[in-house]
Design a protein around this ligand. Structure first.
Ligand code: GDP
Length: 297
């Protein structure tokens, strides 16, 4: 990856995996993300994550961390990829055990494969009497996707996103799979990463949730994100807590940008404000010229 080209190996440190949840409609993507967010299974900290900021981080009992993109479905995944953003390290594909391999399941699988992102299957709704997880695994095998139970290499776990059964073990498998990737980043440089969500808050102004992919982001940094720029006035984590800095694989909401960024916009920290403003205004001008041209044609 780009990070490894510019950073000396000794400057790289292990970072948490960034995970997207995909799968067919109604198979339980939202329920799984909600369960992990609310139960906070895992983080041991009291009180679940109440904010919805487009991404959140959890910590397993053994201290290992996972960052989740909190936008289920492959639309967000493809939209981000279309904008050139490669954020996801690993995909959880949710399949309802009382259903079948459905069209969007297949799409999710092919999107992950096309992006070279490893898959962990979550065979969901096993609390339901009609659930037949073995049938799902058999179907996967017939598609050449052999899960571990079937002698293959792909991790899968039977879960209930409703009761939470198996979710902890699923996340442990995500960590195992991520370890193979040896994900690294240099925390000691100017931050860069990707916008995952942006909105206008009545009281606070433009809020962008970003995922830091390399470096460490600080309050006071000059940020360039798409056509926007600004000096970070404040940062908040998924619990709404003010933080002063955010390292690699950390989702954080930032305040201080001069406009609404878009999911998939890349951001980077620049040395000074002047530079950030110049580039942002050039980009905005280019964008205006392009839209004028499209209107004429
Ligand atoms: P999504 O479209 O993939 O995000 O699916 P949802 O999370 O919205 O779930 C669709 C429906 O299935 C909802 O009514 C959920 O309550 C239900 N559901 C999701 N997971 C489970 C589960 O593990 N067990 C049961 N019984 N129902 C579930």
């Amino acid at each position: 990856s780009i990070e490894e080209i510019f950073d000396a190996p000794e400057d790289l440190e292990a970072r948490a995996p960034i995970v997207t949840v995909m799968g067919h409609v109604d198979h339980g993507k939202t329920s799984l993300l909600d369960y992990i967010r609310k139960e906070n299974v895992i983080a041991g900290e009291s009180g679940g994550i109440t904010q919805h900021i487009g991404a959140y981080g959890v910590q397993l009992e053994n201290g290992q961390k996972i960052a989740f993109l909190d936008t289920p479905g492959h639309e967000a995944f493809t939209a981000m990829r279309a904008r050139g953003a490669q954020v996801t390290d690993l995909a959880i594909i949710v399949i309802a055990a009382d259903d079948d391999i459905m069209p969007q399941t297949k799409e999710a699988i092919s999107h992950a494969q096309a992006a070279g992102v490893p898959i962990v299957f979550a065979i969901n709704k096993i609390d339901r009497p009609e659930a037949n997880p073995e049938k799902i695994k058999e179907r996967l095998a017939s598609m050449n996707l052999l899960v571990e139970d079937w002698g293959g290499k792909i991790q899968s776990h039977d879960i209930s996103a409703k009761t939470g059964l198996g979710v902890k073990e699923l996340l442990e498998k995500v960590i195992l799979e991520a370890e193979i990737l040896e994900l690294k980043a240099n925390p000691n440089r100017l931050a860069s990463g990707t916008v995952v969500e942006a909105f206008l808050d009545k009281g606070r102004g433009y809020v962008s949730t970003v995922l830091v992919q390399t470096g460490t982001l600080h309050v006071g940094d000059y940020v360039l994100a798409g056509k926007n720029s600004g000096k970070i006035k404040a940062m908040q984590d998924e619990r709404g807590k003010n933080v002063k800095e955010a390292g690699p694989s950390t989702p954080v909401s930032i305040l201080g940008l001069d406009g609404a960024t878009q999911a998939g916009d890349k951001f980077s920290v620049l040395e000074d404000e002047r530079e950030a403003k110049d580039i942002a205004s050039k980009r905005a001008q280019l964008h205006r010229e392009q839209s004028v041209r499209t209107q004429r044609h």
